[in-house]
Ligand binder design. Sequence first.
Ligand code: MG
Ligand code: MG
Length: 250
Amino acid sequence: MLRAANQLVAKALAEVGRAVKPGVTTSTLDRIADEFIRDHGAVPTFKGFPNPYGGPFPAAICTSVNDCVVHGVPNDEPLKEGDIVSVDCGTLLNGYNGDSCYTFCVGEVSEEVWNLLRVTKESLYLGIQAALPGKRIGDVGYAVQEHCEKAGFGVVREFVGHGIGREMHEDPQVPNYGRRGNGPLIKNGLCIAIEPMIVMGSPSIYMMPDKWSIRTRDHQWAAHFEHTIAIHHGKADILSSFEEIEQIEK
Ligand code: MG
Ligand code: MG
């Protein structure tokens, strides 16, 4: 059930990916995702998601451009050549949740930015590799943090991965930093979303007046990649997928 919800997220992100180009607005991307999810019998879980600081989230996807780290609200400003946009998407299908995020390039990006995206995606897979029965959540965070900081990038602390199932956000929290051998024990049956949010400069962030968008204080750019995984039969099984997106990127 979780795989079905997450495969739908993967397909929705691929639909969005096909449309990402200079001149397109993030509200157009939102419309594409919203329609695609509903056409496949699911609900975009982000839409109407409550906010302790303000109004509910108004869209089906979060679109975080350049120095926006997470929770960017789709708007009518066209994307420009060289921008990056992190598209985070959630679905509820037959009572189970999908959650995945991918940072897309708008046309050609600088080598520096490409490197940020590469390292962040690599750190996601290193985190997944560390998510084995008998290990601890701190091992996952350590793997992500170690890889990104070694490359000279910063790890955002205020937002973390999470358990996932019937609710989009369940226990345990899955930070992108940590100490080996620390934190909750990973067991067969655990389902979590791992989602490194990595920045080129200082990991210090602030919230925009819209009470959703989170940006870096130094306005250096940020990347965000997320997979939902299930730990079972002694290994981490990736339930979401970047395969179709990566085909399009090629
Ligand atoms: Mg997400
Ligand atoms: Mg998530």
